[in-house]
Design a protein. Structure first.
Length: 54
């Protein structure tokens, strides 16, 4: 699925009667923007998959 962007996230958060979480393409740098859009939280699986091995 192609990225939908923060503009759509903001619209969904505004219209949804339940909390909305951002998923997919989430990075630490994007968290403030996602929170400002109204997301209740964010899930960034890819960020964990890219951690260096110990």
């Amino acid at each position: 699925m192609a990225p939908r962007g923060v503009t759509l996230l903001q619209e969904v958060c505004r219209r949804s009667p339940v909390p909305v979480w951002a998923i997919g393409g989430v990075t630490r740098e994007k968290l403030p923007e996602l929170a400002a859009a109204g997301a209740a939280g964010a899930w960034g699986m890819g960020a964990f998959a890219q951690l260096p091995e110990k």
